[in-house]
Design a protein around this ligand. Structure first.
Ligand code: B1M
Length: 221
């Protein structure tokens, strides 16, 4: 089992999306993340394990290489493409089959920030838990959040940030949302976010991963 998850992680790291992908040239003709993900699921490995021990592990490995200067932005982009394609394969596995939506969840990556992999995972997990998700995409302005809330006044709002610079943009978005809609709960997350930061900027909740968020909501909060 470890072997296939490791192979998935390597495919993410190298940006090998599928058997057909021509990139990277030294992996031509080999199975990619698409085939290996299907195989892992058929073997009975859970979607959660494929996500955490394969896909996310692979993204973290390439992130470390990027920090060391061993890989560059185009490598990250190719890895991100492979990651997003694999997540689409996992999406049905996260679906709970519940017909009635538990509520509406608006999510976006904050202003100035183009990272969307974590945000997309939160979206899939929340949809799987029975929430209708309105995805505002990346580089989401405060105005876009407010417009979405106006159209879905009872929604929960989620914000994601991956950069220590863009996480600071959360403060304005949270403040402006709370001024206009004091009853709206704003939930924040993303690699650089901490509970102390949440308190500092007045957001309502912080979760390090989407499962903790779903557990919290399931508990009837
Ligand atoms: Co960027 N990048 N990047 N990058 N990138 C990081 C974040 C970085 C740590 C890399 C590094 O230096 N080691 C670094 C940030 C450093 C810092 O801020 N201190 C960095 C940098 C510097 C940059 C650029 C500035 C590089 C440049 O241009 N010189 C640039 C910025 C562009 C911009 O946004 N304006 C940039 C660009 C990019 C790409 C576009 C090339 C690409 C993103 C592609 C895409 O997303 N479609 C990219 C990537 C891929 C990364 C790394 C390698 C991977 C990020 C990722 O997807 N992680 C990253 C290094 C790393 O993380 N080790 C890096 C996997 C993902 C599943 O984790 O998003 O944390 P994460 O989500 C988790 C949790 O945080 C949580 O749930 C998810 C699942 O567990 N979560 C929530 C997330 N949101 C949540 C919301 C919630 C609850 C939980 O409630 C609402």
């Amino acid at each position: 089992m470890q072997d296939i998850l490791q192979r998935i992680a390597v495919c993410i790291e190298r940006g090998k999306a599928s058997l057909k992908s021509l990139y990277p040239p030294d992996m031509k003709g080999q199975e990619g993340v698409a085939e290996l993900t299907e195989k892992a699921l058929k073997k009975g490995i859970s979607a959660q394990e494929v996500l955490n021990k394969g896909l996310i592990f692979g993204m973290h490995s390439i992130g470390e290489k990027f920090s060391r200067g061993d890989v560059f932005i185009p490598d990250l982009l190719i890895a991100a493409q492979a990651m997003n394609a694999a997540m689409e394969l996992l999406r049905p596995r996260f679906e709970s089959g519940e017909i009635h939506h538990k509520g509406t969840f608006i999510i976006g990556t904050v202003s100035g920030d183009l990272h969307d992999i974590g945000k997309n995972i939160v979206k899939i997990v929340m949809e799987g838990a029975g929430w209708e998700v309105i995805d505002l995409g990346t580089d989401t302005s405060t105005e876009s959040f407010i417009k979405a809330i106006k159209n879905s006044p009872g929604a929960l709002v989620g914000m994601s940030a991956l950069l220590t610079t863009t996480m600071l943009n959360m403060e304005k978005s949270v403040r402006d949302i709370h001024v206009k809609y004091p009853y709206i709960k704003v939930i924040i997350g993303g690699a650089p976010i901490t509970e102390n930061f949440r308190k500092d900027i007045g957001a309502d909740l912080y979760f390090p991963d989407p499962n903790k968020l779903v557990e919290y909501l399931k508990a009837g909060n």
